[in-house]
Design a protein around this ligand. Structure first.
Ligand code: AMP
Length: 137
């Protein structure tokens, strides 16, 4: 049983900010920034590969509802929506979830992509795009 299942079952405490039949949202215990919130389906799907599309649509709808509320509650100047899938992607709780991370000027939260533009030749971009398109078939 993951820690999120224990939260959903009220076996351990949490600070719940939203709940419906399918979804629960609560404060991340490790507040990356003020108001950092997790949005979690109650059924314990592990990742993007497992979660059914209908449930994911509902989940993103809840993220859409919570994002402006969280932004306004703390006068944030931006929001990052983060979803880690797999250990190498930074996932530590293997129960699907979105992070809503409100952002502030100079908040020291680092989610910057390094700039790798101009490091590949045209041929390599084409090969990568072809591999993805082939995998979609
Ligand atoms: P991830 O690394 O994307 O799998 O995110 C898991 C998140 O769960 C981390 O940001 C943790 O701080 C958070 N977390 C772990 N245990 C708890 C807990 N008991 N209550 C709230 N958040 C938790």
């Amino acid at each position: 049983m993951t820690v999120f299942e224990m939260i959903i079952a009220r076996k351990i405490p949490s600070h719940i900010v939203y709940e419906d039949d399918l979804i629960i949202a609560f404060l991340d215990i490790s507040q990356a920034t003020k108001g950092h919130t997790l949005v979690v389906p109650k059924k314990p799907y592990e990742n993007i590969f497992d979660i059914p599309e209908d449930l994911l649509k509902h989940l993103i709808g809840v993220v859409k509802k919570l994002s402006p509320a969280i932004k306004n509650a703390f006068n944030a100047t931006g929001i990052n929506i983060v979803n880690n899938n797999g250990k190498d992607a930074g996932q530590t709780v293997f129960h699907y979830h979105f992070h809503i991370v409100p952002r502030y000027e100079n908040d020291n939260f680092n989610i910057i992509f390094s700039n790798n533009a101009n490091t590949l030749n045209e041929e390599e971009y084409k090969k990568r795009a072809t591999l993805i398109k082939a995998a979609l078939l």
